[in-house]
Write a protein that binds this ligand. Structure first.
Ligand code: G6P
Length: 511
């Protein structure tokens, strides 16, 4: 903590991250003693050094309902737990966040549910997060709010603490206005987000969808990437900006792990365990309906059926990590996927080989890197995905530049990984052709593509992502309006030029 903050209040911090989940998980040892361990994942890795250097506090839910956990320090980060009741877990988290917003923002792959009781809970919980943040943020602190679970926090925080610099990052897609407009509380959500000085999105198209919604639904004036935010009387209150900031991974850590002889030995062992097939295809996803796992299984099944792939020669490993298991649609998806896998294996397995090795588990990072190394073809067939960091991890792990990446054009990663084999996963014939192309790709061509992608990822790693976002957040809006170079989403990366924002038009403002 800085001396200045400490003098005023020992509990306040110059940099605060607010996210639904804390960056630590509770682990219980064999003697039943509980302790906290840093969570795996890009966001925590990216922000840990920033937090340590800048007096960081992290506000988030600790994962267990109806339990108060006192603030504590972990690895130089002040942890500020927010409590949720069982009913709030049900209404705010499983309900509004994961059965309303999640499907709505992922192009209504399943039908979103709109319930007023869920919305009330979402509002109340967002207010609790905002209050907890306002209490720990030092005068003039920078606050970075994360993701769709907390879209109302920026406005609530600005109302309580106009001195703060507020950033928001949306990790998932932002849908076109025609879809977003279904949301009965669309005004409140847009206004909530516009409480931030800077709103970050994964893709340029997400930022322009958001701008489109602000213009059409709120009728606010938009200039380039800036929104002129007005109060109820139409008076300008502040300027908010929307930009694309594609998230990435700790590429160095992945490559270091992949170079570890123990991990390389484990990769060989995994391949042996599969009966040393000629080609190992891999899928790694949270078990979520946005990931297109069924589409991938269908394509693989048909290739076996057509005799273009053969069990023994080819094996598909599908890791589906358990996710949101109390939500109905996730239960249904699990049944559906497991039925399909059972059917494919029943049909195609031999005494010595299995067609699909299905694993409903999460694995430690080390094992995942070994699995990437053991595989030849990675299948990312998301029907809609904010980014998909697995795609980037697969590329970063292939330090030998071997392997091929099949990547859905509907995943944010497709904006950066243009040398992947891009595919529309709804087009099963195209997906099948892509798989065959990947399997047969000459080594030199595969290596050429992988090298270009590896360079992209090691240059644009997760540290750069957080640095660029925070730099843009700290810039004055008037000044940033004149900075033409910052109109690109990745400094010097022309691939990520955002679509030009729509011109303001006069649309009736609903309330
Ligand atoms: C996505 C979301 C995150 C979320 C994660 C896991 O990546 O963008 O906000 O934390 O899924 O989902 P869960 O519901 O388990 O937090």
């Amino acid at each position: 903590m800085s001396a200045s903050a400490q003098d005023q209040n020992p509990e306040q911090f110059d940099f605060v991250v607010v996210a639904n989940r804390l960056p630590v998980d509770r682990v219980v040892n064999d003697d039943g003693e509980a302790s906290w361990k840093r969570s795996p994942g890009g966001l925590v890795t990216a922000l840990a050094p920033v937090m340590t250097a800048a007096d960081g506090a992290w506000v988030g839910w600790h994962g267990a309902p109806d339990e108060t956990v006192e603030p504590f320090e972990h690895d130089g980060i002040q942890i500020v737990p927010v409590e949720l009741s069982e009913r709030e877990v049900n209404h705010y988290y499983e309900g509004f966040s994961n059965s309303t917003l999640w499907p709505l923002y992922h192009d209504v792959i399943v039908t979103p549910e709109y319930h007023r009781a869920w919305w009330d809970s979402y509002r109340r919980v967002n207010q609790r997060f905002a209050d907890a943040t306002a209490a720990v943020a030092a005068e003039g602190a920078t606050v970075w709010v994360q993701d769709y679970q907390l879209q109302l926090v920026p406005k609530m925080l600005r109302a309580a603490r106009p001195d703060l610099r507020i950033g928001f990052f949306n990790h998932i897609p932002f849908p076109p206005v025609e879809i977003f407009a279904q949301l009965p509380w669309r005004h409140r959500v847009l206004e909530g987000l516009l409480g931030a000085d800077l709103i970050g999105f994964q893709r340029a198209s997400d930022a322009s969808n958001f701008m489109g919604a602000v213009r059409r639904i709120l009728g606010f004036t938009i200039r380039g990437q800036q929104v002129h935010v007005q109060d109820e009387e139409g008076k300008l209150t502040h300027i908010s900006r929307a930009e694309a900031h594609p998230i990435s991974i700790d590429a160095q850590a992945v490559a270091k792990m992949a170079n570890d002889p123990k991990v390389q030995a484990r990769a060989k062992e995994i391949r042996r365990g599969l009966g040393n097939p000629d080609v190992v295809l891999l899928g790694v996803d949270r078990l979520d309906y946005t990931k297109g796992i069924g589409h991938r299984l269908k394509a693989f099944d048909e290739l076996l059926e057509d005799g273009r792939l053969e069990v023994g020669g080819a094996a598909l490993v599908q890791v589906a990590s358990p996710s949101r298991e109390r939500v109905e649609k996730y239960k249904e998806l699990r049944d559906e996927i497991e039925l399909t896998v059972g059917r494919i294996n029943g049909q195609h397995d031999t005494m010595s080989h299995t067609a699909v090795r299905y694993l409903h588990h999460s694995y430690p990072f080390e094992e995942m890197v070994a699995l990437y190394l053991a595989s030849d073809v990675m299948l990312i067939t998301a029907l809609r995905d904010g980014m998909n960091l697995v795609a980037k991890e697969f590329v970063a792990a292939h330090v030998d530049s071997r392997g091929a990446l099949i990547l859905s054009e509907f995943a944010g990663a497709a904006d950066q990984l243009k040398h992947a084999l891009l595919v529309n996963p709804h087009d099963i014939d195209a997906l099948k052709e892509r798989i065959i192309e990947a399997v047969r790709m000459p080594t030199t061509e595969a290596q050429r593509r992988m090298r270009i992608m590896r360079r992209q990822i090691s240059t644009n790693d997760v540290n750069r992502w957080s640095r660029r976002f925070l730099k843009s957040l700290s810039a004055d809006p008037a000044e940033s309006a004149h900075r033409t170079e910052n109109r690109t989403t990745g400094a010097g990366d022309r691939d990520q030029e955002p679509d030009s924002a729509p011109e303001p038009d006069s649309v009736h403002q609903e309330h």
